[in-house]
Design a protein around this ligand. Sequence first.
Ligand code: SAM
Length: 275
Amino acid sequence: MRIDVITIFPEYLAPLHVSLVGKAVARGVLDVHVHDLRRWTHDRHATVDDTPYGGGPGMVMKTGPWGEALDEVIADGYETGARLPRLVVPTPSGRPFTQEHAAELSAQPWLIFIPARYEGIDRRVVDEYATRLPVHEISIGDYVLAGGEAPVLVIVEAVARLLPGVLGNAESHRDDSFAPGPMASLLEGPVYTKPPEWRGRTVPDVLLSGHHGKIARWRRDEALRRTAAHRPDLIERCDPAAFDRKDRELLAALGWRPGPGGHYVKNEKGEDGAA
Ligand code: SAM
């Protein structure tokens, strides 16, 4: 997969050469190109921003440098044989980034990221390239960062670990939180490693039992418990047909019941009497 990032802070992307993503780059699974947007400015101050039309606080990134940068990066990619780029625009007003979205992007041959600073990029840039490329406007959460570089690192890492050959164990992401499959939309439960006892705290016996069926059941129960506690919205959205008898018993004990549409809803009061 080819990845281009155009930014006014190229040094911010240094972590792309560290750890799992760094190894993927070193092995050629990821072909990463980081570009300094100021290369495409033509004034003494390398200006990339200007005051907003309509007034208001902050500055807006100018069309000119972005247009020239994108034209050159796209042309360069095509020359070197890359095909079908997608434009990824980190923005708090984008679609919330999910594991499903990461999987969709991981199937693409080429992603071009345009992280902004200030109040964002003049809208005409995205509108212009949307006529030529699929555009993904992505938010990494309901908060506002100073720039899009950290979101690029987040998105690239989530995408890279799904690429074939990047994780040492290809099965590692199968049981992840949000992984597709029978555990769809459930968070992953707690995990443990050696030693079996630390500061008087022991590992749950079942994990030492070697009994695969019981271990799978325990993991599923813990995933349900954690999801019900931290992300009740995910339980509400789960297809009730995905719950087996044991799931239903546990959910009932946690104070959940099937609602009018079949989807699970939280009782006013659980068995423990808690609201
Ligand atoms: N005025 C903009 C707004 O309220 O939507 C915020 C601009 S923010 C200060 C500057 C840049 O940081 C954004 O254009 C985007 O590239 C990036 N950014 C900030 N928060 C983000 C988030 N939650 N998700 C993705 N990108 C974000």
